[in-house]
Design a binder for this molecule. Sequence first.
Ligand SMILES: Nc1ncnc2c1ncn2[C@@H]1O[C@H](COP(=O)(O)OP(=O)(O)OP(=O)(O)O)[C@@H](O)[C@H]1O
Length: 237
Amino acid sequence: MNNVVEVSGLRVVRGKREVLHDLDFSIRAGELTGLLGPSGCGKTTLMRALVGVQAKVTGSLTVHGEPAGSASLRSRIGYVTQASSVYDDLTVTENLRFFAKVLGAPASSVTSAIETVDLASHADQVVRDLSGGQRSRVSLAAALLGSPSLLVLDEPTVGLDPVLREQLWGTFRTLAEAGAGVIVSSHVMDEADRCDRLLLMREGAILADGSPSEIKQKANAEDIEHAFLTLVKEAAR
Ligand SMILES: Nc1ncnc2c1ncn2[C@@H]1O[C@H](COP(=O)(O)OP(=O)(O)OP(=O)(O)O)[C@@H](O)[C@H]1O
């Protein structure tokens, strides 16, 4: 399988502290990779480094063989941050038309992005009047406009109800099956089994990298939460 992202010796300093310590990993096309770890462990910082917006990054970090942040990668990466990135006073369609123009994406991509996130019945509603979950789906639709081959999604399911979470994970799965590399962060360990592969993070380091079943087997645990706790104890020895 093709590696979309290759990272080696990645370190990031924020403020006066090193917050990511010498990370090595890859992200493959067609796979749903979960980046799981407690609040503050460095997930957002890692994602910012991947999309090339993080300062004080050292080590090697490439996307499609180009250094992260290269201008040629801009239209090939879809990034959804934790904060909403769409305009409250525009409708769903108006927002997406605007972003499609900025990206140089075809007008037809607007309709297909709205359908992918299941918002066709709300296409003409202003974003201000949508629920929180619907609003985050508009941000996701905006990230899909250029048909990116790498999707970087920072805690996209946080605060959503179980039905919506299920739907969104279904969408991520569809996007990975269509060939994109998809990395999704979460601090909720029970989302682990939805992923093909997991990067378990703690305090700026990767504790484990493998499929959910490999990680559970390695830690001799029944679920990822217990595997995580076992691995933390092992690392402290
Ligand atoms: N602007 C900043 N200046 C200095 N330190 C920062 C800054 N932003 C984040 N940090 C620190 O970097 C570390 C990693 O933060 P980061 O936001 O990447 O974690 P996270 O795993 O995404 O957390 P969460 O799940 O709460 O979003 C934390 O210790 C945090 O305090």
